[in-house]
Structures are given as structure tokens and as C-alpha cells.
Design a protein around this ligand. Sequence first.
Ligand code: AMP
Length: 429
Amino acid sequence: MEQLSFDDFEISKEIKKAVQEIGFEEPTPIQALALPEALAGHDIIGQAQTGTGKTAAFGIPVLEKIFIGDKSPQAIIICPTRELSLQVAEELGRLSSFMSKLHILPVYGGQPIGRQIRVLNKGAHIIIGTPGRLIDHIERGTLDLSGIEIVVLDEADEMLDMGFRDDIEKILRETPTKRQTLLFSATIPKTIERLAKKYQKNPKKLRVAQNIITAPEIEQIYYEAREHLKLELFTRLMDIYDLNLVLVFCNTKRRVDYLVRDLKSRGYDADGIHGDMRQSQRDKVMNKFRQGKVEILVATDVAARGIDVPDVEAVFNYDVPNDNEYYVHRIGRTGRAGKTGYAFTFVAGKEIYKLRDIQKYIKSKIKQNKIPTVKEMKTIKSGLILDRVKKVIEKNNLDKDINAVETLIESGYNSIDVAAALLKMLKEE
Ligand code: AMP
């Protein structure tokens, strides 16, 4: 596809200015596909996950629909979690920073409803919220959806997984049938197709799921490790790669709980999130992780959706995911914004077949490494440090540092000893 620029789209100068100010240089693939269709008023099924720029892909068309003079709700964005609702509200806030008098209101459970009602009464153009709380407002008569022009279902697959189908349908039925409906989802199972068929008009299907996979910044490695070796392998990799912020995926809630317990008992700073926890508990754990107060976040696939933590250094697939898309989704959490990330997958026994399937799906090979012995760990660590050294030599201007080393050499040390001493210091760090 030819590279587009934001100037190629029919968008207002206020939004173009905001895009420039935020620093988006060019549209991401999902934006390049979705913006022309959505701006032309078509319904969309966008297969895209967090990290692809999907929020702006629907956010810009939503903002374009708003008539500021009318203060009643004209757009509604339905999200699975409070966390995501807030992220979407934040991104829309940035995109609309040059649109004056625009009111965006996030509504979600856990926040006092009275306050939301007062703001709703004053008028809000765009409502972003979780299904349960939206229904609550509709039933109380505090949210009138008769003037809605555009509806967005964000992370629709997760909302269905969480049992929100009836709520979503109820909300959609409250909106006018002539509305535009944009649906975004990381996966498109049959249940989503049925929902789309019922509530969308000739939706355009857009897909960019592969995009994150091909990111060269993610180094993908797998290890064959039986269950009883996984914990030891995990701790060795944490040590070798000197990791400080990692996301670990398990296939079930119970495995999340057990792993958190085992990691804690080994002295690691670990916490877990899964679907059985209350939203407020999940938020608390997420905030700690985001602030770096927890180094290891262990999660199930569903609970981890919508998480956007910029500095995750590595993703561990403690279990091979049961769904190929989950693999893509999981590893997309690292290697963000040009940083290198690692994706380590632990494969036990027959799971190797699942991994073969995943490799076919992502159309690339995942490298196999052997579980390092304690002796090998030191050699691998040195190798990694030397790789880093090579990168620094290639990329950086080292004039000042060379001067410092020269001073040492002039006082009688040789350069090999200096380098070896620095390596020793780095390994002991
Ligand atoms: P999302 O998939 O919507 O969660 O977006 C992931 C991140 O990409 C967010 O931090 C966005 O602000 C950012 N982003 C969105 N569009 C672009 C773009 N065209 N260029 C660079 N970054 C973007």
C-alpha cells in the first residue's frame, strides 16, 4: 500500500493540527484502511488490537461527526473495562484539543453515579463507557440515546467474552437505526459476525492483525520445558536478560494464582490479574505495574486486554496460548515504540504442535533455545552485554567516553583490561 499522510483524509484542520501536535507522522495501517471508509459514513468491522492505533482510527471519525452546537450525546463508545474507557477518553481528548466546547464523558462502574448524572445533565457530546454503567444510566433515564449518530464497539470480542452481549444489544436498540456503527475487535469469532449482521449495514471488513507480528523489534524465542522446570527457567531468563518489567501469560485463572504465589515465595515482586477479580482490584494491580511498583504481572488473556504499558521488556508465554491470535496479541505488548522486546514461549510436551501452528499462522519461525544451565548463564550474559556494546559502538558518538578511556590508558593500563573490567562490572550490576 502506498504510504498515506493525514493530509490525504477529509478531516478538519483542528484535528490535523492536533495530530501534528501529538506527533503522529503518518497513519498506521488500520488508520489508513479505516479512516476513508469511516469518514465516508460506512460501517466497519476492524480487526485490530491494542497498539495498532485503532483508537484514533475510530476516534477521528467520531470527532468529525459531532455538531458542537447541540449538547446532547451524538456518539457513544462502548468499551469492556473502565481502564480502556479512560484510555479512549484520553486519546480523544488529545485529538480534540483544538476543538473548543467539546464535551467527552467517560462513564464506568465504580465512580459515583451522581457525579456522572450531573455532568450528563449539563450536556456531553461523546459518551465513553462500560456496558453495565451505560445500561444503568439508560434505565434511570439519565442518558438519552435518541440523538446518537455513531456507535463504536471497542474490543467487541472481549465484551462478549465478559458476558455483555445482552447489554450491548440493549444499548444498540436504544440508538436510532440510521446510525453508523464501527466495530473493533482483536478476533472475529462467529459470535461477533452474528452481532455485526444484526446491527450493522454492509460493514467493510478491515484487517491488519499481522502488523504487530512482523515487528522486527520483538525477538521471539521458545524453550521446551516441562511443567516442573518452567519456574526455574523463568527465573534464569529474568536474570540473564536483566529484566525489570515483564508480562507473563497463563492459560487459566488458577495458573495465574499459583504462579503469583510461587514467584512471591521466591522473593519476586509479582502480582496477577484475571477475570475473577473485581474491576477495582484489577485497576489497583495495573496501576502498581504501570508505576513499576510490581515487576512481574501475571495475567490471563482476557484480563490483559486493553493493557497498554509502554515499557514492557518481555512477554512470557508461560503456557502456549490456545488460540493463534492470542499469541499475536500477547507478544504485541512488548517491543513498543521502537524498543526491543523479547517474547519467550515455554513449550511442554505436545504443545509443540500448537507452536508449529502458531508459526504457520504468523508466517515466521520462532527461534528455539535450550534451557541454559547455571554455568551457561554467565556466558550468555556476557554475550548479550557484548551485543549491546556492539550496538552502542555502531549507533553512538563516543568521543567523550573515548577521552575518558584514553586517560586510563595513558596512566599505564591496557585497553583490553579496561574493557574486561567494564564487562565484569556490568555483569555484576
Ligand atoms: P491504540 O492501538 O489506539 O491503543 O494506540 C496505540 C498507541 O499508538 C497510542 O499511544 C497512540 O497514541 C499511538 N498512535 C496512534 N496513531 C498513531 C500514529 N499514526 N502514529 C504514531 N503513533 C500513533
